[in-house]
Ligand binder design. Structure first.
Ligand code: RIB
Ligand code: CA
Length: 329
């Protein structure tokens, strides 16, 4: 039986790497992709998803545009990080042609896929949680239908990458993650959401050597990823982090897939914890907080990563993507 994934993302350069991995993995069936505004606008995310699906050779994959804006604030985007169109120096097929799709169908796709595959669908959120929150509003039983849920986001005992205490996906829509976590309060849900914060996803470090190993031999997809990574690494360098790139999303995707397959590849460990999001702090709005010592007296509503094995991840990630998309060794 294939491993069925619903990917909610905001490509975005590391999201593009995550999609390449998901479609390269021989056991994964991507049942749908939700375009969430974040790195770039929702419409541009949709255009990027469409262009990437063509490069990935899977143009008929179901995808939908999510909401135009976050739940309670205007959309902010980050072209300085991911490039004017969201894919760095890479151009994708049809990347500037309107999608012609209706906004706001992302939540429906979540509900449709989870209802079609109850207990089988694995949810993955690689951008703001806007459309997952809307999907739970549309179908409050959604959380009990998912086989697993991995969310890239937050910073627990680690500096933020957006403001001093906030990580981009949660910073973009704090209410959304707060509502998603609240949906798992006191449910004793079989599958608690696994929050994958910067504390550990920043170990997923794309270096020049790993980039060369991933893209050697070229070909349309790998060339596009190489151009995208050039921009992303220049951005990290300009942020004083060196000529590297934090590729959060493919790590979380590989973690979700290998956890679901119960494979020998143990990419990270997580622990149950009560999690919440600061919504009113003048300096800290969007901060994610884990109550490790149980001071709130609340049952765990999530699991949070406590370790990550980046070395094992990159070996697996590069081999998986190249096995499907390398044109030359
Ligand atoms: O903070 C990192 C996250 O924000 C990643 O998902 C990246 O793609 C951006 O969306
Ligand atoms: Ca992302």
């Amino acid at each position: 039986m294939p491993l069925r994934l619903l990917i909610d993302c905001d490509p975005g350069i590391d999201d593009a790497l995550a999609l390449a991995y998901a479609f390269a993995h021989p056991q994964v069936s991507v049942e749908g992709i939700v375009a969430t505004g974040g790195n770039v606008s929702t419409e541009q995310v949709g255009r990027n998803i469409r262009g990437l699906l063509h490069l990935l050779g899977v143009p008929h994959t179901r995808w939908e545009l999510g909401a135009m804006n976050p739940l309670a604030q205007a959309l902010t985007t980050t072209e300085e990080t991911h490039g004017p169109l969201g894919t760095g120096y890479a151009s994708l097929p049809g990347q500037q042609e309107p999608t012609g799709k209706e906004h706001g169908r992302g939540a429906e796709l979540w509900v449709e896929a989870a209802t079609r595959y109850p207990g089988e669908l694995h949810g993955l959120v690689l951008g703001p949680s806007t459309n997952l929150a809307l999907a739970i509003e549309l179908d409050p039983t959604l959380t009990s239908k998912l086989a697993s849920l991995h969310i890239m986001g937050g910073a627990l005992n680690h500096r933020g990458n957006t403001m001093p205490t906030t990580e981009w996906n949660v910073h973009s829509d704090p209410e959304a993650l707060s509502r998603v976590l609240a949906a798992f309060d006191n449910t004793g849900a079989a599958c608690l959401p696994v929050l994958c914060p910067l504390d550990h996803t920043e170990n997923s470090l794309m270096t020049p050597g790993r980039r060369a190993a991933l893209t050697a031999g070229g070909g349309a997809l790998l060339d596009a990823l190489d151009l995208a990574l050039q921009f992303y690494m220049e951005f990290h360098e300009s942020d004083g982090l060196g000529f590297i790139a934090h590729v959060h999303d493919p790590f979380v995707t590989a973690l979700a897939v290998n956890s679901a397959l119960d494979s020998d590849l143990v990419l990270a460990q997580s622990l149950p914890v009560a999690l919440d999001v600061e919504l009113t702090g003048s300096l800290t709005r969007g901060q994610t907080i884990a109550d490790w010592l149980g001071r709130w007296g609340r049952e765990p509503n999530a699991r949070a990563l406590v370790s990550a094995d980046a070395e094992t991840f990159f070996e697996h990630f590069i081999a998986t993507v190249r096995a499907r998309y390398a044109v030359a060794t």
